[in-house]
Ligand binder design. Sequence first.
Ligand SMILES: [Zn+2]
Length: 406
Amino acid sequence: MRVGVGVLVRNRGRVAIAAALAAAVGLAVAGMASHASGAVGGLLKVRLGGDNQQTRLVVDLDRAASGKLISDGLADGHAVLLLPTVSAAGGLQGAGQGLVKAWAFEQTPAGARLQLDLSPDAKIKGRFLLPPADGVDHYRYVVDVVSQPGGVRLTSTKSSVSAVALKLRPEIAPARATPVALKKVIVIDPGHGGHDPGALGAQGYEKDVNLAAALALKARLERQGRYRVVLTRDDDTYVPLAERVRIAQGAGADLFISLHSDSGPDATVRGASVYTLSEKASNRAARFVKQDDWFMKASLTGDRGVQDILFDLTQRATKNRSAVFAQTLVARIEGKAPLLRRSQRDAGFMVLLAPDVPAVLLEMGFVTNPEDEQFLRDPLKRSQLMNAVGDSVDDYFAQATRLASR
Ligand SMILES: [Zn+2]
């Protein structure tokens, strides 16, 4: 059942990639044209990226701005957003992409009014302002549109009403689009599952080790009551990679931790590794193809065209945060994990491609190495390792809080 869904999603994704690439070329031209005209103050251009699962609209601005959501679009397919301090004199409109069929800016007495025509079951999920950073010299107001198919309309009226009533304020920081959660949300992703068993060791499959470790980490993180923990799977089920990313984004993840166990042809090779996302993702991922075919799938299904547009915007900041977490993780598991083999190498794993969620992938050790496998199969040692991972999560948020208060 789940397999069928996964295949369907992937096929739709391929079509969307082609559309996204085509649109990207057109967008660059359209963007330059509106920029050159200079007719609109504040508003530089509008760009779109993404596919039929998630679409991102970026409004390039020459100054900071706040936005007010009038309608998230789920009720009738028309999303409306007001940017009171922005001028859209002369108007601006364009063709859509992905879930956005068309968009139009018009000037009203209350400010620039953005209307989006959305696909059925699509809605504005979040918005945020990105200040100039990472080589971009202007502000960007980002609007994320997601698809929520299947029975969502039952609650749609309620959610869109509450969104308006709350008058969601944009966050002035490289922040997540979701409202600030009281508890930090940690998404744990046990690699593989179901008909995708992962690596094979002498005592069994990788997927079972990954799940057991994920459950141990969940227990550790929930002990203090400081975190809300979401698993991408909590049983032996196959979950497509793209779905794992969507789970993280849908949960409003503050941190994403993917747990895997390594394998290789040489039984003497052992040790844990920590990965974060790389610019040269596809090249590096290809090098690990032989070790774990899950990686191959990850690198091959990476939507390069979409990534370039969609992920470029927030990824650099996110990557920095991922690297910070990777450092704390390495420091904590040193001596507790099976002999750290590589650390903080980069790779283009699909599960690490959520654009605004810091993410790392931890290879806990080699199931093809007897000592490592013994370690990973030992519930006590596994728990100790996961406790150390939990400590690194504490470190990471303590550090983030310190930086924010500077
Ligand atoms: Zn794996």
